[in-house]
Design a binder for this molecule. Structure first.
Ligand code: 3HC
Length: 311
């Protein structure tokens, strides 16, 4: 009976074992995973754009090679995640269609423009840093293919984070102008990075159920706090400050207190009214349409190989 299946499912989740694609699962669990994994995949793919913008203008061959590797990794993560969503019965083509029709979300962070080369460093340090903070616990997500995908993704994200921090350390050893460029970039990215963790817990409709099902292991606010605590000492080493007058060590809590992100701005960005929202989707749509002939050729080739196999 359904009740027995449900009890078996909950037992698996509660004893920290994995749910695999062929196991029975509640429809809500499947739906929520497809939602989260698809948004995550879309974020990786859309996330190629802000930095991809700097590939042709990287200041040296070395920086260009590193950045190219990084942007290609993001593409790989996206494909990995679409595959994880397909194990739940979603279709990658449908998910892409939903993205370019503006029906599915992707991370708020990629709706801000990368204006200077310092942004490449700050995106690596803070954006990939926030992504790691959020994704390391997802390696223990209850759904097998998602958790396993996260292991490799997190290893690569660590490389991304370090390349960003190293780039910034180099710039901070440069001229006064370069140091100012880094600080200006940090000022623009700090608050959007905090918003990556999602709305506050009391306004996060999916959190409670996702944590019960162990899709998520920590709440949005817990991870945001962890990220702040991790980033402050790194900023001190780098020699930059965060644009938050309320940021202060709280000895009692053993954590930093910090100000409230502008949740109005977050809502605007998530509902498609960010600074670059229209451009990001237009670029994605154009890339998809321009790639149509490749998909057609691949399908025709596969059909011919199938015929060959039957002779
Ligand atoms: N940007 C856009 N939408 C967001 C968001 C953000 N930063 N934070 C929350 N939302 C959306 C949620 O998706 C949800 O929308 P929906 O109900 O229509 O699906 C709504 O706002 C309410 O938020 P909840 O807190 O209830 O949603 P979740 O429980 O799903 O928590 C999350 C949000 C913490 C982002 C969670 O989905 C998650 O951990 N996702 C996996 C990680 C991820 O997607 N990362 C993407 C950014 S980093 C990256 O991938 C690129 C890297 O290489 C740089």
């Amino acid at each position: 009976t359904t009740a027995e299946l449900e009890a078996g499912f909950l037992h698996t989740v509660e004893s920290d074992q994995r749910i695999e694609p062929r196991d029975w699962m509640p429809e809500g669990y499947r739906r929520s995973l497809i939602r989260q994994i698809a948004q995550h995949a879309h974020s990786e793919i859309i996330g190629m754009q802000p930095e991809g913008n700097w590939l042709t203008r990287a200041p040296s061959l070395r920086r260009k090679a590193i950045l190219m590797a990084k942007v290609q990794d993001e593409a790989g993560h996206g494909l990995y995640l679409y595959s994880a969503a397909e194990t739940l019965g979603a279709d990658r083509a449908d998910l892409t269609d939903a993205l370019i029709a503006g029906q599915q979300k992707y991370s708020s962070i990629f709706n801000y423009p990368a204006l200077t080369f310092a942004d490449v460093g700050v995106i690596g340090w803070l954006v990939d840093g926030a992504a790691i903070c959020n994704q390391v616990p997802l390696c223990r997500s209850s759904f097998g293919p998602y958790g396993r995908a996260m292991i490799r993704v997190c290893k690569e994200e660590s490389f991304h984070q370090r390349q960003g921090y190293e780039l910034l350390l180099t710039m901070m050893k440069g001229t006064e102008e370069q140091r100012a460029m880094v600080q200006e970039s940090v000022n623009r990215w700090w608050w959007p990075a905090l918003m990556m963790f999602g709305p506050p817990d009391d306004r996060s409709p999916n959190s409670a159920q996702s944590m019960k099902w162990k899709i998520k292991r920590h709440s949005n606010d817990e991870l945001r706090q962890r990220f702040v605590d991790m980033s402050v000492p790194q900023a001190q080493v780098l020699g930059v400050t965060f644009p938050d007058p309320d940021l202060a060590w709280n000895a009692e809590r053993g954590s930093y207190d910090f100000g409230e992100p502008d949740w109005q701005e977050f809502t605007e960005v998530v509902t498609g009214r960010g600074a670059t929202s229209i451009e990001r989707i237009a670029n994605r749509r154009a890339a998809h349409e321009n790639g149509g002939w490749v998909r057609e050729a691949a399908i025709a080739f596969a059909a011919r190989s199938d015929e060959g196999a039957h002779h």
